[in-house]
Design a binder for this molecule. Structure first.
Ligand code: 3EB
Length: 339
């Protein structure tokens, strides 16, 4: 259906001393138009209330309120990207890496059907695009913990996601984030990174794999890996999934946001340690090579979490967003890119 695999071969710097093939950063929100004017920009994300619409398929607004000044996230390659829209989704790609995004309105609040539809569309697109290997997904939905027991929206989402993913391979699950919005808009947003070659999923020795969570967390265990090392040709750093204060499969430090933050950072460090056994060139600790997104459930906790983050040794760049983590007792979750 798509001709994007017919893109001409592009020259790519491959020397470690050359420019990074992929670079992600946060920038002031007023740099958006300049970022989109750059032909090497793969994607740009805005947070918070919806600003003026932009037609560029590389732009996505995620309506989560941020702490502090308005930021955007910019992903950039080293060659001009191709981009377009089709079949209800949009995409941009370099020669090795594809960004895609889609948004699905829930019909009568049926998040399971919306998730199935989103992942079926994504799977079909990836199979036809020349970038069949899903590396990383981001999933944003309203009111993620609403509903009781197995009717909880997050649990329904997990059921729908699995239904939509073609030929789900447990050995090749992408890294992921699944987070709730508070905007009352029953619209599932999914964006992703995919590649021509498979990545290497990693698990966290401190945690039970999410795809092996016991039945008490829902009828369908969540389909994601804790982190993923992308194929080197993509230039991607380590992709760390949304990570919370879970040890084994059990939520820790109920009611104590700062202790949850510490546990979460320990889990992220454990992923860095795990990844460095495969790629010793990765930075040994969170720091200048990291790019973190900190999701905080209670708006009242945001200043304290922001202060703790700002005081971290190494000062990893980060944004703090108001978002609903998908277990009611979890107050904070952090995802990362780590070079
Ligand atoms: C957890 O560790 C927290 O369902 O895609 C984190 C990252 C979480 C991804 C997902 C869920 C997902 O279980 C929740």
């Amino acid at each position: 259906m798509s001709t994007i695999h017919d893109a001409p071969a592009l020259q790519v710097a491959s020397s470690p001393a050359g420019p990074a093939l992929f670079h992600a950063r946060y920038a002031p929100a007023d740099e958006r138009d300049a970022a989109l004017a750059d032909p090497c920009t793969l994607a740009v994300f805005g947070f918070g209330v919806r600003g003026p619409a932009v037609a560029d398929p590389r732009w996505l607004q995620v309506p989560l309120a941020e702490h502090g000044p308005a930021r955007i996230e910019i992903w950039r390659g080293t060659v001009p990207v191709q981009h377009g829209r089709e079949a209800g989704l949009r995409w941009a790609h370099t020669d090795a890496l594809l960004f895609g995004a889609l948004e699905i309105e829930e019909e009568d609040g049926d998040i399971e059907a919306a998730a199935a539809e989103a992942y079926a569309r994504m799977s079909r697109f990836l199979a036809d695009s020349g970038f069949p290997h899903l590396l990383r997904t981001w999933n944003y939905l309203d009111a993620v913990t609403e509903g009781d027991g197995d009717q909880e929206r997050y649990r329904r989402f997990c059921v729908g996601r699995v239904r939509g993913l073609r030929a789900l391979d447990e050995a090749a699950l992408p890294a992921a984030t699944c987070i709730g919005r508070f905007d009352g808009d029953r619209r599932l947003q999914v964006y992703w990174l995919a590649a021509r070659e498979p990545g290497l999923p990693l698990e966290n020795p401190r945690q039970v794999s999410a795809f092996r969570y016991p039945r008490q967390y829902g009828p369908q265990s969540p389909s994601f890996s804790r982190a993923l090392l992308a194929p080197p040709a993509t230039g991607l750093p380590l992709l760390q999934s949304g990570t919370a204060a879970i040890v084994g499969h059990v939520s820790q430090h109920t009611g104590a946001v700062d202790q949850q933050l510490r546990e979460t950072l320990t889990n992220l460090q454990s992923l860095v340690d795990t990844a460095r056994r495969q790629r010793p060139g990765l930075s040994p600790t969170l720091g200048a090579g990291s790019l973190l997104k900190v999701y905080v459930r209670n708006a009242a906790d945001m200043p304290a979490v922001a202060a703790s983050m700002a005081a971290l040794p190494g000062q990893p760049p980060h944004v703090v967003l108001h978002a609903e983590v998908c277990r009611a007792e979890l107050l904070v979750e952090i995802e990362g890119l780590h070079a």
